[in-house]
Design a protein. Structure first.
Length: 568
């Protein structure tokens, strides 16, 4: 329905079902025309009917598919179906296309005019998907006012793409793509960057080879090729990226590191960390998307089981000691640490961090960027922190004995210390510190908690499919007898337009080990990681494999994915 017209079918339905009197309907229609809102929105805002009541009634009456828009990833909407004018006019949202069919979210399934307009504009057969009006309006407001999904990245908006602002980095005295010859490169690069953000990529790889040039996105931990521009554009692409990153475009013999702050709208911007590497066929450039919203996630969204989350929160509440997060590169350690810092970031605490590099800015936290060339190491930064009246200290990584000793000293003298190491399990973290040269008694008296983690891909809720697995195979995979007897459904990935190979998003898998008296005694007696792990399991710790299988039981991910990210 448009903002000024009324679809008689819907109004008649409300009367027939006894939800509205004729007086209420007449008043609502009058208010709808006056405010230029739809009848559904008017009824919801007036609190005469709720969004849920209306959507359920329409579902029963018209059989239109019903979708919870809160569970839909708006960034997955293909850019070629986003027509901002039609979205604003009809208060409807195209979600996805399948073959020659376009599926449109609407709170009013009788709004034939909207479907016909989208059908005519995009050349696809339009079908309605029913959503709750209040949720739809919230999403539309984000898209129209701020969200990157509101950008039309097609040819009609080439000027907007060419003029997209690169905040504080663009040097106008250098060849930045303003000339007519470089304008297509500017548009192309900006489209690649916005596509990466839309698809939820974490990294972008620009790779030159002898006979081809390849661009790949890392999405949910897996690299996917997304574009193959002509190889003769290699130098122009790398020059454009280096100008945006404020790097020396004339220097192609040594690696360089830079940063881009890309302004998408008046209120939204995204940071990219840029690294160049000279190869035999040109410069390979890798860009890491630094999304500050990931640092604002609540701890309940990261994937911790309830007992693991409570243990982490309990140790964060302690005034002193050390919390260590461990895992390989790309396992989500930074997000876990930042989430902990967000919990601790109050007016009463002085928090300082030493990072290499600082990936996400946190207001209220004193963040120091490590600069090895200038002599600013983790150890020297940590020494300075201890003279700055700290309450909480975060060290990006413990790489050597000197840093480990200062961090442990801080943890023993009334400070809470958070840091990371690169080990495969919680128990191996303790033996790694011992191998560095840290005395066992110092480790036992300072470390409070160790979290080992991995990231597993989530199954797409739209296309995941039940998988039949024999009981013997379930036992071999590691499921407990109690879980097998109780029964649960195992799902496998299929793949659809809304996901990437059957997966969409990622979830953390954790091994959370508390320092108990028994584990401390084992460390001081020279016990190895196997002994420590066995003791921790006896005390109730789930290892990474067991935590992963719990995610399978809950229908979050697949057995194949857990086999990929955990040892089996």
């Amino acid at each position: 329905m448009s903002s000024t017209s009324l679809h008689l079918g819907l109004s008649t339905l409300f009367i027939r079902k006894g939800l509205l009197s004729e007086e209420q309907l007449s008043s609502a229609i009058s208010e709808s025309r006056k405010s230029k809102r739809s009848l559904v929105s008017t009824l919801v805002l007036s609190k005469i009917l709720s969004s849920r009541e209306i959507s359920e009634l329409c579902y029963e009456e018209y059989g239109t598919p019903l979708l919870d828009l809160a569970e839909f990833d708006i960034l997955s909407i293909p850019e070629d179906i986003l027509n901002k004018k039609l979205i604003e006019k009809h208060k409807c949202l195209p979600l996805f296309k399948r073959g020659n069919r376009l599926y449109i979210a609407t709170s009013d399934p009788t709004n034939i005019a909207a479907l016909e307009d989208f059908q005519f504009s995009l050349g696809l057969h339009a079908e309605a998907i029913l959503v709750e009006d209040d949720k739809l309006l919230k999403v539309l407001e984000k898209i129209i006012e701020d969200d990157i999904s509101g950008l039309d990245l097609g040819g009609a908006d080439e000027e907007a793409l060419a003029n997209m602002e690169v905040a504080d980095n663009e040097r106008r005295d250098e060849p930045s793509g303003d000339s007519s010859d470089d304008a297509p490169i500017v548009i192309y690069i900006n489209k690649i960057l916005t596509d990466a953000i839309r698809k939820g990529a974490s990294d972008l790889h620009f790779e030159p080879y002898e006979k081809r040039y390849r661009i790949r996105f890392r999405i949910d931990g897996i690299l996917h090729e997304v574009s193959e521009p002509p190889v003769n554009l290699s130098n122009r692409i790398s020059a454009r990226l280096k100008v945006m990153s404020k790097l020396d475009i004339a220097e192609r013999r040594v690696p360089q590191d830079g940063r881009i702050k890309m302004k998408l709208s008046r209120t939204k911007s995204i940071d990219f960390r840029v690294s160049t590497l000279p190869t035999i066929w040109g410069e390979k450039i890798v860009m890491r998307i630094l999304d500050s919203s990931s640092a604002q996630l609540g701890i309940e969204k990261l994937g911790y089981e309830d007992d693991q989350r409570l243990l982490y929160e309990e140790m964060l509440a302690k005034p002193q000691g050390m919390i260590l997060v461990t895992g390989p590169t790309g396992s989500g350690k930074t997000v876990s640490l930042y989430t902990g810092l967000n919990i601790l970031n109050t007016e009463e605490r002085n928090i300082s961090t030493a990072e290499d590099p600082v990936e996400i800015n946190l207001e209220g936290v004193n963040q120091v960027h490590i600069n090895l060339k200038a002599g600013l190491t983790f150890a020297s930064a940590l020494r300075s922190f201890l003279r700055q009246d700290p309450d909480v200290v975060m060290v990006g990584e413990i790489r050597d004995l000197e840093t480990a000793e200062i961090a442990i000293k801080a943890a023993q003298t009334g400070h809470l210390v958070l840091s990371t190491l690169h080990t495969n399990s919680a128990a191996e973290t303790l033996t790694r510190l011992i191998n560095m040269g840290v005395p066992g008694y110092n480790i036992a008296s300072s470390v409070n908690l160790i979290i080992a983690q991995r990231l597993a891909r989530r199954l797409c809720p739209a296309c995941k499919h039940e998988e039949e697995i024999p009981v013997a195979e379930m036992q071999r995979l590691g499921f407990s007898e109690a879980n097998i007897t109780k029964g649960f459904t195992v799902f496998k990935p299929i793949g659809c337009e809304l996901c990437s190979g059957g997966y969409k998003g990622r979830v953390g898998i954790y091994e959370v080990m508390k320092m108990s008296d028994e584990i401390a005694r084992t460390i001081m007696e020279g016990g190895n990681s196997l002994q420590i792990a066995t003791l921790a399991k006896q005390q109730g710790m789930r290892d990474l494999r067991q935590s992963g299988l719990l995610k399978v039981i809950h229908g979050v991910t697949s057995i194949a994915e857990i086999n990929r990210v955990t040892s089996f």
